[in-house]
Design a protein around this ligand. Structure first.
Ligand SMILES: Nc1nc2c(c(=O)[nH]1)N[C@H]1C(S)=C(S)[C@@H](COP(=O)(O)O)O[C@H]1N2
Ligand SMILES: [Mo]
Length: 519
């Protein structure tokens, strides 16, 4: 029955707006209460988190590519904003529907809650109780929706002079529902935070390396001001993963299981790892999604146990050719067995730049393999190594159209001056970084407009597994617009190809070029 909320104005639109608000607030309650219950029973089972994770796994490849291209390492924030918008619109529509069909609208909330609960239940990271946060949240949301909508439809027979009270009562009820939802969400966040690994990360004291990395040469940093730090601080190290919320892994219960085509299964505890002879190495990690000139790369000093030593304990069988590493969150990577058993510093890393691994970078243990893109090697929160064959198992990104093998491609970029910037005429210092992990960089060349390629000066080499910086003095920059290009040469004598190819399926190629305006 129609009842205007505000005397003197068109009742239907105002009532619909109020119902949409009721729908939105019911969604806030659903997610807020769900988050609170998850905080208590199983933080990864929070409805928003499992919705985000499920969405990431189901997103078509082109959309994911577009998201990483558009938002880079902010892709998760973009997803969150997108989800809030979509859920918000849906919730408002459910609210309007509830005006006429309250039971149906409540049913939709509960069914969506059940779907979110089942999604949470089926995620590898969640436990036995993962169904409940979403279900309880949806029940609370359905209840809140009913409570608010009944204040709009009411018995509908109040005399005109109580209508204003009715409107105030609705807004008061709406505010109360909003507060319950928000406080629940905050409570859930606080409880989950108290259960997180932050304290464990902080408390961990890493053992000294049995084989420390040689010191970084004094001239490893390019002398050109503005070139990135040659050792990337943990706080600015790029982060790429499919985990909407960072997995929290307790080092006391963490285990690494090595199994599959092996003579004997091996299980390691975190203490076993820390008690081993650990190795320290500078290794540059790069993402296969990095575009030419992009910044999805970072160089750190890792501390860890060589993977080959763990594999040697298990004894891989002759027909094996791949190790499928698996994270607690279900992510998998396929790494050629030979790369993990040769003499390179492929590590089960516990330390990053002298600190325990930050949670976002894989605490307590991740893999780091020189020479391969992260998606086929650098499994964070690793818990399982299955010795197998490429013919028998397929990793997370390979299922989604990326190559099953991902050796890093020779690459170089200009960091100074920045593309599109204006510089003064005369000598201009140009600098940047090049990489060819596990092969090493032997030269970098710069080209101005379509002139000859000119050799840049290489900065000192940390190791062949780390990137190498360079500098070049552009002696006579003349006024006008100019194009600068860079290419690298590796220790095998190979020159970086100028042929452009996209990141998918196995890494972008092409020369990085920038345009600068000389004043
Ligand atoms: N568990 C897990 N490990 C993962 C990923 C992931 O999605 N999940 N992404 C990989 C990819 S694609 C890259 S490039 C590196 C990035 O490591 P970083 O975030 O520490 O820079 O992690 C790899 N390890
Ligand atoms: Mo990546």
């Amino acid at each position: 029955m129609e009842q205007d909320l505000s005397p003197g104005s068109d009742p239907a639109p105002r009532r619909r707006a109020a119902a949409a608000l009721a729908g939105l607030l019911a969604a806030v309650v659903t997610f807020g209460v769900g988050h609170l219950v998850a905080g208590i029973v199983d933080p990864p089972a929070s409805p928003l988190a499992s919705l985000g994770d499920t969405f990431i796994d189901l997103t078509p490849e082109w959309l994911k590519e577009a998201a990483i291209a558009a938002f880079g390492t902010h892709d998760k924030l973009a997803l969150l904003v997108g989800m809030v918008v979509v859920v918000g619109i849906a919730a408002a529509l459910v609210g309007v529907l509830a005006l006429r069909h309250l039971g149906v609208a409540q049913g939709i909330v509960v069914v969506l809650g059940a779907v979110a609960g089942i999604a949470a239940q089926t995620r590898p990271q969640t436990g036995q109780l993962a169904l409940f946060p979403s279900l309880v949240g949806a029940a609370a949301g359905a209840f809140a929706l009913r409570w608010l909508i009944l204040r709009l439809t009411g018995p509908g027979t109040e005399p005109a002079d109580v209508r204003d009270t009715g409107r105030r009562a609705f807004l008061g009820a709406a505010a109360a529902v909003g507060v319950v939802g928000v406080l629940s969400a905050i409570g859930g966040t606080v409880i989950a935070g108290a259960r997180s690994t932050a304290a464990a990360v902080k408390a961990l004291v890493l053992p000294a390396a049995a084989r420390p990395a040689p010191p970084v040469p004094a001239d490893a940093q390019s002398p050109v001001a503005g070139v990135v730090d040659v050792v990337t601080p943990n706080s600015t190290f790029y982060r790429i993963d499919t985990a909407f919320t960072v997995p929290q892994v307790d080092p006391d219960t963490w285990r690494l299981r090595v199994h599959g085509l092996v003579d004997r299964e091996v299980t390691l505890t975190f203490d076993d790892l820390l008690a081993s002879d650990l190795v320290e190495a500078y290794v540059t990690l790069t993402c296969v999604s990095n575009s030419v000139g992009g910044d999805l790369a970072g160089n750190a000093k890792w501390l860890g146990l060589p993977v080959r030593e763990v594999l040697a304990m298990a004894g891989p069988q002759a027909d094996a050719d791949m190790v499928l590493s698996r994270s607690v969150d279900g992510f998998t990577a396929s790494t050629p067995l030979e790369v993990l058993t040769d003499d390179r510093d492929a590590l089960l890393a516990v330390g990053m730049n002298g600190q325990p691994l930050p949670a976002e970078h894989g605490f307590p243990v991740r893999m780091v393999v020189p020479g391969l893109y992260g998606y086929v090697s650098a499994t964070k929160w690793v818990s399982d190594l299955e010795v197998t064959r490429f013919a028998d198992a397929t990793a997370y990104w390979t299922v989604r159209g990326w190559s099953e093998r991902g050796p890093v491609k020779l690459a170089s970029r200009i960091e100074v001056p920045r593309s599109g910037s204006t510089v003064d005429a005369g000598p201009v210092d140009v600098g940047g970084t090049a990489w060819a992990q596990h092969t090493g960089i032997s030269g970098v060349e710069v080209q101005v407009d379509d002139g000859p390629w000119q050799p840049a000066t290489l900065a000192g080499e940390i190791s062949v597994d780390a990137w190498r910086q360079w500098s070049w003095r552009w002696a006579d920059a003349t006024s006008g617009r100019h194009l600068l290009r860079v290419r690298a040469i590796d220790n095998d004598g190979m020159t970086q190809t100028g042929e452009r190819s996209p990141a998918i399926p196995d890494g972008a190629t092409g020369w990085h070029e920038i345009s600068v305006f000389v004043a």
